[in-house]
Ligand binder design. Structure first.
Ligand SMILES: Nc1nc2c(c(=O)[nH]1)N[C@H]1C(S)=C(S)[C@@H](COP(=O)(O)O)O[C@H]1N2
Ligand SMILES: [Mo]
Length: 255
């Protein structure tokens, strides 16, 4: 928490100094000096979390009465591609989640199959680098149980989460990634439910990642593929995520 407060203070200070408009993930951090400072902190945070926290250490969970009355939708709010629009039109009956890459049993799963798997329900706090948070309830199967279906090869080190949207018309689609520790963390789920209803289009229908010990931009929406890889070389810009490739955001993004 102290880490977050410090980072926010730095961002607020830099923003005010440069007269920046503090709205939109892409409009905040451009000053290389600020970035360097943040990454130093995050690198330390990565090693701290990996060194001190056990597999079972969980992000805080909240009571239903603590849920935010309004949960803002941010980033892409509708992929709007012909393929995605066709899925919306048929209520995602023709949608398939692909699991591929360094796996022995590639998968192509319907939403119905995914919804029939054991699901975890968690009420957690979403934390966006823009400086807003929201407490919401998420429901869906553990990413780990989906990966087990695909039988990962031992070379696989990371899971890349491929999305259906091109953020603000970007040439390449949004994506994110986790290492195996986080992919198999018990609170890392592919959520089909939010606040007791199906995840809506603005919030990432039909499936969005919740990796609760990470910042908002890791919570990839509109998931269409999970790819097991040994490294990020050859995946878009090679830094493991859309913001990491385009604005040099930190990959780990721990909270
Ligand atoms: N596919 C996709 N996932 C995304 C984004 C996006 O633009 N596209 N934005 C990210 C950011 S910066 C945040 S804060 C959260 C917002 O999630 P919400 O719309 O459910 O609030 O989604 C994250 N996941
Ligand atoms: Mo965000």
């Amino acid at each position: 928490m102290a880490e977050i407060i410090t980072r926010r203070a730095v961002l607020a200070g830099a923003g005010a100094g440069a007269g920046l408009l503090m709205s939109g993930c892409d409009q905040i951090i451009h000053d290389p000096k600020v970035l360097k400072y943040i990454y130093k902190e995050n690198e330390a945070n990565y090693y701290l979390q990996r060194g001190l926290s056990s597999y079972a250490s969980l992000a805080p969970e909240y009571r239903p009465d603590q849920m935010s009355p309004v949960f803002r939708a941010n980033g892409s709010i509708n992929p709007g591609t012909p393929e995605y629009s066709a899925w919306v039109a048929d209520k995602f009956a023709s949608y398939r989640l692909k699991i591929y890459g360094l796996v022995n049993k590639p998968q192509s799963l319907s939403l119905a199959q995914i919804k029939s798997m054991p699901a975890r329900t968690q009420i957690t706090k979403h934390d966006c680098v823009e400086g807003w948070t929201a407490v919401g309830q998420w429901q869906g199967p553990a990413v780990g149980s989906l990966l087990k279906l695909a039988d990962l090869q031992s070379k696989a080190k990371y899971i890349v989460f491929h999305c259906a949207d091109h953020y603000r018309g970007a040439a390449l689609p949004y994506y994110e990634s986790l290492d195996m520790f986080d992919a198999f963390h018990p609170q890392t789920i592919l959520a089909w439910g939010m606040n007791g209803a199906p995840v809506t289009v603005p919030h990432g229908a039909p499936l969005r990642l919740r990796a609760e010990r990470h910042l908002g931009y890791k919570q990839a929406k509109y998931i269409i593929g999970l790819e097991a890889v040994e490294s990020f070389a050859g995946i878009q810009g090679g830094h493991g995520g859309y913001w990491q490739d385009n604005v040099d955001y930190d990959w780990f993004a721990g909270i």
